[in-house]
Design a binder for this molecule. Structure first.
Ligand SMILES: Nc1nc2c(ncn2[C@@H]2O[C@H](COP(=O)(O)OP(=O)(O)OP(=O)(O)O)[C@@H](O)[C@H]2O)c(=O)[nH]1
Ligand SMILES: [Mg+2]
Length: 300
């Protein structure tokens, strides 16, 4: 018997805010498990996405918050999550938005990868946005000179372009091992967290300016005691009365819109009818309150 050994390992998805890490995670897993928005700093904690490939092995991807300069305690905890992920994985996938120019944040991010001394793959994302594919060349040259990446792979996480190539390369660099999770397990996120993140994503997608940064979501009650209907009571936290008014909107129109979009997605997730009650609560300065962050699930 000359059977090939199975591979299994952890892979961190790291990069600047908005690079497309969570979009890639969702594509890889084939389900929406991470919130995505066009606002930076969408992801606030580590999210595992599990991909099991029959006869080949299992890859546990760890989506992380986008790397930025932390101001509040919230942001410091987000950056601790990135460091934790880097330390605990077998392979790092650095995701770079190839449609924007290189800045100090990109250099800082690259340095984290270098310092980790872990094998790493560079993914150049959003190639669907590039008018000329040749514009990738200077970027490839820059990164190849800076660091010994195992692979440099252009992809589109949104369209799925070359994601299969990435997946095949990732598994090559993992250690041999038996799967850790069952093949039907897709994430480590409990249902309540998935639900809270759906609501937060809708707030992010449907509001602008400072709202995304100051919004958190807490599930106060999750009642699935009835066979066909799940009742969910959910608090949207903001920092000021003025922000509360924006989330509620004129005649409550905005919060109704957010609630409907969130409910439809939660119903798809749970496969049941959902009664979703949203209310907006002001908690001054919650981003600097350790106990609030613990309650929200951004622990350290
Ligand atoms: N055109 C295009 N847009 C993309 C692609 N990948 C992601 N996006 C968009 O980029 C934005 C940010 O995507 P996210 O997946 O939330 O980015 P992220 O890296 O997880 O961001 P943070 O969680 O804030 O660190 C969203 O509007 C996505 O739809 C891509 O391949 N092509
Ligand atoms: Mg994200």
């Amino acid at each position: 018997m000359n059977e090939k050994k199975l591979k299994c390992g952890y892979v961190a998805l790291i990069g600047r805010p908005n690079a497309g890490k969570s979009t890639l995670l969702n594509y890889l897993v084939g389900e929406k498990i991470a919130a995505v928005s066009d606002k930076p700093q969408t992801t606030r904690h580590k999210i595992k996405g599990i991909v099991t490939i029959p006869d080949k092995g299992q890859i546990i991807f760890v989506d992380t918050p986008g790397i930025h300069k932390p101001g509040y305690l919230l942001n410091r905890r987000m950056m601790t999550a990135v460091q934790d992920a880097i330390l605990s994985v077998d392979l790092i996938v650095l995701i770079r938005d190839a449609s924007v120019s290189t800045g100090n944040g990109d250099r800082f991010t690259l340095n984290l990868v270098k310092q980790s001394q872990k094998p790493s793959i560079l993914v150049l994302n959003k190639v669907d946005k590039l008018k000329k594919k040749a514009s990738l060349l200077p970027l490839i040259e820059f990164y190849a000179k800076e660091h010994d990446f195992k692979e440099i792979i252009p992809i589109s996480a949104l369209k799925g372009f070359q994601v299969d190539i990435l997946l095949n390369k990732v598994i090559e660099y993992l250690p041999e091992g038996e799967p850790i999770f069952d093949a039907d397990e897709l994430t480590d996120q409990p249902l309540r967290v998935l639900v809270a993140e759906i609501v937060r994503e809708k707030v992010l997608q449907m509001t602008k300016d400072e709202l995304p940064y100051v919004t958190a979501v807490i599930i106060d009650r999750f009642d699935d005691s009835e066979e066909k209907l799940v009742k969910i009571y959910c608090a949207i936290i903001v920092e000021k009365e003025s922000q509360k008014r924006i989330v509620i909107g004129k005649n409550g129109r905005k919060i109704k819109e957010i609630g409907t979009a969130a409910r439809l997605e939660i119903e798809r997730l749970l496969g049941k009818h959902v009664y979703l009650e949203l209310f907006v609560k002001v908690v001054e300065n919650w981003r600097n309150l350790g106990y609030k962050l613990d309650e929200i699930g951004i622990t350290r």
